[in-house]
Ligand binder design. Sequence first.
Ligand SMILES: C[S@@+](CC[C@H](N)C(=O)[O-])C[C@H]1O[C@@H](n2cnc3c(N)ncnc32)[C@H](O)[C@@H]1O
Length: 281
Amino acid sequence: MHRAADTFRLAARVAALSLHRPSRPDRRWDAFWRGVSRGSLTEPIIWDAAPGAGNEEIRHHLQAMAGAMDTGLPVIDLGCGNGAITRRLTEIFPSVLGVDVSPEAVAAAQCAQPHVPGLSFRSLDATEPAAAAGLARELGDANVFVRGVFHVLSRRRQARLAGSIEALLGTRGRIYLVETNVPGGALSYLRGLGATGEKIPGPLRQAISALPKPGHFGAGQRSRVFPADRWTLIAQGSTVLKTVPMEAGGPPGSIPAYWAVLAPRPQASENQTAGKVSTCW
Ligand SMILES: C[S@@+](CC[C@H](N)C(=O)[O-])C[C@H]1O[C@@H](n2cnc3c(N)ncnc32)[C@H](O)[C@@H]1O
């Protein structure tokens, strides 16, 4: 009974916090990053891992990428945020481009990571096919790194992001993705980070009031977004995403997560397909 009352209070608090979210996802992200830059959002950014624990998480990603990708190719960090992880990618890739839909995020990343050889940032919507095609023409085949972006997109935008990634990889690139994949519903996710009906930790409160609601992204979602007729699954597994401490001075939080490495399958071109059909006749 006590648990049910607490769940009710927690759900009511979350509903109240979500009321004033900006409606369009892109504006929401830019408003979030503007708030961070200008100091109106004062809580730590929830997915910015504390240095020690964060390093362990990032080391896992770097090792998996070094083992599965051609590290001579450039890498694009899609949805790079403040660029803290983008910078770590320069440890294994000679050329690293961080891309984010939010111009405010890109400005913050440029300020925080000036003059790192091989590292640059730019703002574009990675779900826009024309933007991805332009970047693919400019860079040639590239690898792609995505951390924590698919799980905040609608199904339609997830499919568009996968289309962009296919264009960016060309024939030699691969994608490494890592996404939160919490079992259970939204309230289990919040409880896992210490939220109760009495109190929601500050970084979580800030995320609920300013950002799109996160969903699951595990093997099931991955196989829908990257179907087997277009993609080869090279590796996958479970991991955790480290968060900032939920209370000042406390330990970092952990969110159950899913990672995978994929490569696009070579597709018969329209002309080849047409040719094949005509020989059947
Ligand atoms: C949860 S944050 C993760 C940031 C970063 N990858 C990290 O792990 O520190 C998601 C990021 O994706 C960006 N984003 C959301 N939709 C996007 C889109 N359509 N194109 C490019 N970036 C996008 C947001 O602005 C935000 O910075």
